[in-house]
Design a protein around this ligand. Sequence first.
Ligand code: FAD
Length: 402
Amino acid sequence: MRHVIVVGAGQAGASCVAKLRGSGFDGRITLIGAEPVIPYQRPPLSKAYLLGDMALERLFLRPESYYAEHNIELRIGATVRELDPQARRIKLDDGELTYDDLVLTTGSIPRRLPARIGGALAGVHVVRGLADVDAMAPNFVPGAKVLIVGGGYIGLEAAAVARKLGLEVTLVEMADRILQRIAAPQTSDYFRDLHRRHGVTIREGVGLEHLLGETAVTGARLSDGSEIATDFVIVGVGIEPNVALAEAAGITIDNGIAVDAQGRTSAEHIWAAGDCASFPYHGARIRLESVPNAIDQAECVAENIMGVGKDYIAKPWFWSDQYDVKLQIAGLNTGYDRVITRRSAAESAAFWYYRGDRLLAVDAMNDPRGFMIGKRMIEGGKSPDPALIENPETDLKAMLKA
Ligand code: FAD
């Protein structure tokens, strides 16, 4: 019987096995995950779950019974240590398995602070998995002081939760502005203002020199020479694709596990999808760190394992929740040269990114309509006249039909 093994039981791994079974694959399926928990969604970890508004069971992508009912062998708390592409064999702590096709959905690894600047002190946390969030949750008590290192979406979401729960929050960002790597100054300004109004102290252009404390963190010395006291630290300084297993097996790595348009790696019968995989996109090679990408790419791989032979056409989008603001992003803004602001209602705003006349991306804050329309335009290759976008009187929906 044909055997597909999926390594990594996160969003992409779970989507891949479900798609295989749902499409009629009748061979053996094994899904292997290092975390001791059935596949779950990560976004609530820095939002509703951290806030205490979401029960553990609601994180699960599917009920535990689903896997047995669909004849999917789910091995949790099991790490694949080695991969031998020639022998089509993987090695676990308790034995070996052979496969006909293998899918790598190993996700990513959060960057940590080096131990020489205090990264190994107790009270220093990252936000990647359930265990990380469960470990930091007891610190979220009113009046406690938290230092957040990094002004990306994860750091900002954690800041919002901490303020809601009454903590004193300081966020330091080494770059000139929060969200510098991923968004336009307009979006940075919007979120800086939002967080300041909620009482977060944001310090931009200020790096962390080192953390203070003997065994547990008690404070931090910053690059401007100042020192601040803190009860705990959350590090949100980005992630790296988890490529170790593939790399050791000699599979080509290029900003992640390099796959072709259909999800094949450089090794025969080995595929990859999700955060760990880089793929061709409009003449470049990119990697996306988002739930929609993990699902769509993994489902495409599942279909290709069944012989469909289709290319993965990424339709990038992402979201973030902070306080009562829902940010939705459509497209990729790489290479933009101007940003058009559209305000359709008092509490909403959208920033439309253009390169020349071409619409690239939209950041929509509490503007689901603007997001949906922008997304459809980007996916359809339409680029509306920026002057019309800027005019709040313009009926966007009508433009979609034009
Ligand atoms: P993962 O979900 O990371 O799964 C990979 C799994 O593989 C892990 O469980 C890992 O333990 C396992 N694994 C790795 N190596 C091995 C091995 N050798 N053997 C066995 N198992 C292994 N995206 C959005 O679109 N919107 C959001 O709002 C959003 N918020 C986020 C908030 C947080 C706190 C985090 C951490 C992420 C967020 N993301 C968000 C990103 C999104 O969750 C990821 O892009 C998505 O989970 C990627 O799925 P994946 O399956 O590729 O990787």
